[in-house]
Design a protein around this ligand. Sequence first.
Ligand code: PEP
Ligand code: MG
Length: 315
Amino acid sequence: QQQIVRREFSGTGQLADGHHVPLLANISDAAGARAAREMKAEGIGLLRTELWFLGYPEEPSVADQVEKFTDVFTAAPNGRIVVRTLDAGSDKPMPFLPMGHEANPALGVRGYRMVRKFPDVLTRQLDAIAQAQRATGADVHVMAPMISTVSEASDFVDACRARGLNHAGIMVEVPSSALRAGQILASADFASIGTNDLSQYTMGADRLQGVLADLADPWHPAVLDLIKLTCAGGAQQDRPVGVCGEAAADPALAIVLVGLGVSTLSMTPRSIPDVAAALGAVTLAEAREAAGIALAASGARSARQAVRDRLDALT
Ligand code: PEP
Ligand code: MG
């Protein structure tokens, strides 16, 4: 466990030198939005919508969806609210979206790829988000999961803009998007790295297989290389790159992510104080040094250990 708790969390994610790193919350409902507010999140970095749908035998109507979004937007802390469009398929099967038999569901019709089979589901969801945004005046951003090509990104951005949703981003969960982030971010307004899936796809290790957990580890330098590349693509296009996977909730890894160039971190609300304390103990130069140490390691375990040793020496 990280031992660098020095600074009381004031409600703003800040490094020791004052560099601001907004700490956002991952939520899936209005209760989560309230928890985010209690934990002083500076906004919502990931609103997972598929959990609302899991129990439904049929797709909820647009009116039902508007009501849900309105509830969450109203309960959320001030600041941006990043809504993720439906991430159906693979580990999140929806009863009303039959994908047919897939030998490899994680490589199948999931996330944004759903538009190939059920394009109207995305259309209706974007309509509901736009209506709830107009009703509440919330600072709504929308992002699509599992984007793997430049054209998927630009099609999604066009669909958002057509509805007046003017902050349209993409999740980087597949190595192709990290490798081509500069081109993808020519059309998308921001990227949010889903380290749970990015680790799975980089390492070729199923995130649901406990026996492979040491492989699907976001500390692996190969995963960190892709995060660094994504940040470089963001810098090239002057677009922000955040992280909303579980990696952001690991205090030492959060420092490394900031050192790699990530500008926001989104996590389960209860992790915010620990991450804030860890960030408050280091400068940006020290975070960059920690990132360099992790990148130079030969594997996940040695990266984690080397960074922890360095952080312990600093404090
Ligand atoms: C991720 O993949 O890191 C992510 C945030 O999305 P989910 O865990 O919902 O797939
Ligand atoms: Mg994911």
